[in-house]
Design a protein around this ligand. Structure first.
Ligand SMILES: [Zn+2]
Ligand SMILES: [Zn+2]
Length: 267
């Protein structure tokens, strides 16, 4: 899964915010209603790199209050901060990020869906994301398995794989779900630390492997691969709190994603 990193100005709170987005076309109408202005948007990056960059920008943004700043100032600051973050990386990681920023599709080139389709369909899929951590692939399979009818796929004749990120992005903006990468990278003093968000493995047990959807080597967790691959570009979806007003449908064993903090099994 790919995501853009956005730097936006919230005109109501006068704050600048960094975030990731799976479908920036959804942000546009959602932001517009809330006086949020997206000032800088990166091209689509694998979600683990988007997450890393978001965290680096957030660190820069602490105590950054838009007062006399103009959009143009924030734009040039964003470019400066992105470059600084990249410069601090070890060379092999630096190359990865740079190559994505050069080759990737931009956020303006994506399909735009009818807003009311997104709103309706998103709340149809929400009950099926209850209760556990899901990999995107498992949600996609589950939607097909239960045969849920979505306006975007039915009338729009779109594969679920393309449409689902738009629904998830809407639910993310509405704070119904949380999104993260299968592997997250932390940067401390220029050193990269890897962590599997599914089984909790850190550094040891995570290796660089070739990923065919990214056509690049990326971190893959070798510890929990029997449950389905958890890698840098895997999207992990979870619901933060129990929401009693939604149906809690138990998932079949096949699609269950266990999310303990530590996985103590042996291979
Ligand atoms: Zn793992
Ligand atoms: Zn990948």
């Amino acid at each position: 899964m790919k995501a853009v990193v956005i730097l936006c100005i919230d005109n109501r709170s006068k704050r600048c915010k960094a975030d990731i987005s799976l479908a920036h076309s959804v942000d546009r109408w959602w932001f517009a209603e809330r006086e949020i202005i997206p000032v800088a948007v990166t091209p689509y990056l694998p979600i683990y790199l988007a997450n890393w960059l978001k965290k680096r920008l957030e660190a820069q943004l602490q105590s950054f209050i838009i007062d006399t700043w103009k959009e143009a100032d924030v734009q040039s600051l964003a470019a400066k901060w992105v470059n600084e973050a990249i410069d601090q990386l070890e060379p092999e990681w630096r190359e990865k990020v740079q190559s994505w920023l050069q080759k990737s599709r931009s956020a303006t080139a994506e399909t735009v869906w009818e807003r009311h389709w997104i709103e309706e369909d998103a709340y149809k899929i929400l009950p099926y994301i209850e209760g556990r951590r899901w990999l995107f692939e498992h949600v996609e399979k589950r939607m097909k398995m239960v045969g849920i009818s979505l306006r975007g796929t039915e009338y729009g004749n779109t594969p679920m794989r393309q449409y689902l990120p738009h629904l998830l992005q809407y639910l993310y903006l509405e704070e119904e779900i949380e999104l993260t990468a299968g592997i997250t990278i932390e940067q401390t003093n220029g050193k990269i630390h890897l962590r599997c968000e599914r089984c909790g493995s850190e550094d040891y047990g995570i290796y660089l492997h070739y990923c065919s959807s990214c056509d690049q080597e990326e971190p893959v967790c070798d510890t929990c691969y029997v449950m389905g691959t958890s890698k840098g570009c895997s999207l992990v979806i979870s619901r933060p709190k129990p929401h009693s007003n939604h149906i809690c449908e138990p998932a079949s064993q096949e699609y269950e994603l266990v999310a303990p903090l530590k996985w103590s099994g042996e291979l």
